[in-house]
Design a protein around this ligand. Sequence first.
Ligand code: AMP
Length: 217
Amino acid sequence: MKIILFGPPGVGKGTQAKLLVEEFHSVHISTGDLLREAVKNKTNLGLKAKTYMDAGNLVPDEVVIGLIEEVLRSDEARENFILDGFPRTIPQAAALDALFEKLGIQLDNVISLDVDNEEIINRLSRRRLCRGCGRIYTITKVEADLKTCTQCGGEIYQRDDDKPEPVRRRLEVYQQQTQPLIEYYRKTNRLVPIDGMDEIGYVHKLILDAIYKDRKK
Ligand code: AMP
């Protein structure tokens, strides 16, 4: 299974990627997670990426392309992966296509998740994460003061870039730099649009149906 999960911030890419990873035992490649890990460990990459991320801007193309190239060179990832949050610009998509060609990788699908802007802002303001296992929560009013993860007991936190100002910037950046990729993948018949408004389990089912339908072709 070689899939790109595409869509605006907060659309549910991370949540759906985790479900697909369980289903297909794929390697989950999230550039956001890799960058956050680098920031946490204060590596050179992390120090370079932090200011961009805090402001809700994209990290420069050459930095993330180098990161992806490193991951996709591993035998395990090359055979079976879910790309989440990459590519995000036309140059990244072009570099990815060149890398696929070099490594002999045949992409199966680009799953494009879509929800309306109001719902994105609503979901991002309610998103919380577990520092221990990475579980993603969309908290309700009742859970507003959730402190520990119900799965592993880890600390629950809100990403700095899920606060209102960076969210506004991330949505702008999405519209300007990432949305043009829809046309890039549509032109080469690789785009599978999925309505992401429904609840998590149903959206997962829509994705699986689309993947299997495409395989039968
Ligand atoms: P995410 O967790 O996918 O929402 O990513 C969080 C932040 O990491 C983004 O707002 C960007 O600053 C950075 N980032 C993640 N993926 C990319 C990418 N493909 N290109 C550039 N910046 C990225």
